[in-house]
Design a binder for this molecule. Structure first.
Ligand SMILES: [Fe+2]
Length: 512
């Protein structure tokens, strides 16, 4: 409770006099509790009107209006107050004469009026506070929902977890007023997968990058399951200004495998708030789940490719002349797809189709496959069954749905003179048209039971000659742009070893 009169000269000195203030304080001892507007007579003809200020349903202050009558300025108490403040009572009386126009009745009317005004003002203040608080909560919720939506939308980035982590850090940086956001992961591929030993930084770090990364690495060694807020000297090189540094663990199966950190808050209040912590924890939580899913996906892919490797090795084992054929066709078909402009993921699927295109040869007798010289019509009829046998073998494997057309149609010709269905043109699935070129090129480039390998110039001339008849002309153009150096390396490797490896089939970073 305090009185702040807005007078100058003797009047101000009078209102600020310790004796008067003491009397006002004594008179209003209960105002903070009672919320009263009741008029009190402080001294004869001097009326006090208490005006409580309410915030969050509590009286936080009491303003006091003092209304004077002419009688007050002539009272004994007035003279005593002036004397104690060493003021000339006459001067004070003159200074206050103009406002000393109240009597008890008019003082009560003014008190009522002020009470209404104060109630209205209090209500407006409360409403303003509520609106401010609601706006702030709404803004926090919006940021949170936007971030969660973006994170959720990208949770399928299992093939590229690093992209997801970068996106999450960028979103945090754009949603929160911190100069830098960083993520750091343990140096253990089994735990952190593709982001093992990586630091992702967005914004402006507080120090040179290598020191910054060193500090994050150190912080990671000490982090537990709970977030940490660093202040003052504890922040080390991560500190900037007065801002706190927040470290939030990225957990996988109960173990920290990384951390997300924020620092150098650029806002009026440089202390981290609850909304910011919630967003950071949500981002770290999503990172943990994504890395765990990515690891499972990687294992599943490795198992899947391992199974295909075993299957293709089984085919090649039936005919030593075709050693490595499946792998080379897979490589060339994938290169044609990439050259033709298919998306990276689609090109990978074409490679897989190329790898398994001849899997139906498992169902063709070895004596026919390995027979030197010309085949009889009956034997050729058996060979011609392999696309359908391959289709039957693979059709129930869900992960191979999109590669089945490559298996079934790879011996069709663009002019409709192929087998097994004699379909033509674009009725032949694109993947099968790509494998058709790769298959023919590799067959002509390799020695067979019935003939020696053709030289490169002749093979390419044959492929060109087949454009528009045996092959799709546009795909032949794409094929002729391929650099065959890697293919030649594969040929020499297959020549020196019968082992069929698919290590080069799909680059490791994309298989991961
Ligand atoms: Fe074939």
């Amino acid at each position: 409770m305090q009185a702040e009169p807005s007078f100058a000269g003797p009047a101000e000195k009078f209102f600020r006099s310790p004796a008067l203030r003491k009397m006002v304080a004594a008179s209003g001892a209960n105002w903070l509790k009672s919320r009263t507007h009741e008029v009190t007579e402080l001294l004869p003809g001097c009326y006090l009107v208490p005006l409580p200020e309410i915030a969050r349903r509590r009286v936080v202050a009491v303003d006091v209006a003092m209304l004077l009558s002419d009688a007050a300025l002539n009272s004994r108490e007035f003279i005593e107050i002036c004397r104690s403040a060493r003021l000339d009572a006459f001067s004070v009386r003159q200074a206050l004469a103009d406002i000393a126009s109240y009597d008890e009745q008019s003082a009560r009317r003014v008190a009522e009026l002020l009470a209404w005004n104060y109630d209205d003002l209090s209500r407006i203040v409360v409403q303003d506070e509520t609106i401010d608080s609601f706006s702030s909560q709404l803004s926090e919720s919006y940021e949170e929902i936007t971030l969660l939506y973006k994170l959720g939308e990208s949770m399928t980035e299992l093939i590229h977890p690093e992209r997801f982590i970068q996106m999450a850090c960028r979103e945090l940086h754009s949603s929160l007023p911190f100069a830098w956001v960083a993520a750091r992961f343990v140096d253990d591929r089994a735990s952190a997968g593709a982001v093992a030993d990586k630091t992702i930084t967005v914004g402006t770090p507080p120090c040179e990058q290598s020191r910054f990364e060193g500090a994050l690495r150190m912080a990671l060694t000490g982090i537990a399951a709970e977030r940490v807020i660093l202040e003052g000297a504890d922040r080390g090189v991560l500190g900037a200004g007065e801002s706190q540094v927040i470290l939030c663990p990225v957990m996988r199966e109960g173990t920290p495998i990384g951390l997300v950190a924020l620092g150098n808050k650029r806002a009026e209040d440089n202390q981290v708030n609850n909304g910011e912590l919630k967003l950071l924890q949500a981002a770290a939580g999503h990172m943990g789940v994504l890395l765990s899913n990515a690891s499972l996906y990687e294992q599943q892919q490795a198992m899947f490719l391992g199974t295909l490797e075993a299957l293709t090795a089984a085919i090649d084992a039936k005919d030593p002349y075709t050693c490595g054929h499946s792998e080379r066709v897979a490589y060339l078909a994938g290169e044609i797809a990439a050259e033709f402009g298919l998306h990276e993921h689609e090109a990978d699927r074409v490679r897989i189709a190329g790898l398994v295109h001849d899997i139906g040869k498992i169902g063709v007798p070895e004596a026919v496959l390995r027979k030197p010289g010309r085949l009889t019509d009956e034997e050729f009829g058996l060979i011609k069954l392999h696309p359908q046998i391959g289709f039957q073998i693979l059709k129930d494997i869900p992960l191979l749905d999109d590669v089945l057309p490559g298996v079934l149609y790879h011996h069709e010709r663009f002019d409709g003179r192929g087998y097994p269905f004699s379909v033509s043109g674009e009725n032949i699935p694109l993947v099968a048209r790509m494998i058709g070129i790769a298959d023919a090129f590799d067959a002509m480039s390799s020695s067979r039971t019935y003939r020696a390998a053709m030289d490169r110039t002749k093979v390419l001339a044959e492929i060109r000659r087949g454009a528009g008849s045996q092959f799709d002309e546009r795909l032949v153009e794409a094929f002729l742009r391929i650099d065959l150096a890697e293919y030649d390396r594969m040929v020499s490797r297959h020549g020196s070893s019968e082992a069929t490896r698919i290590g080069t089939l799909i680059p490791k970073e994309r298989a991961a």
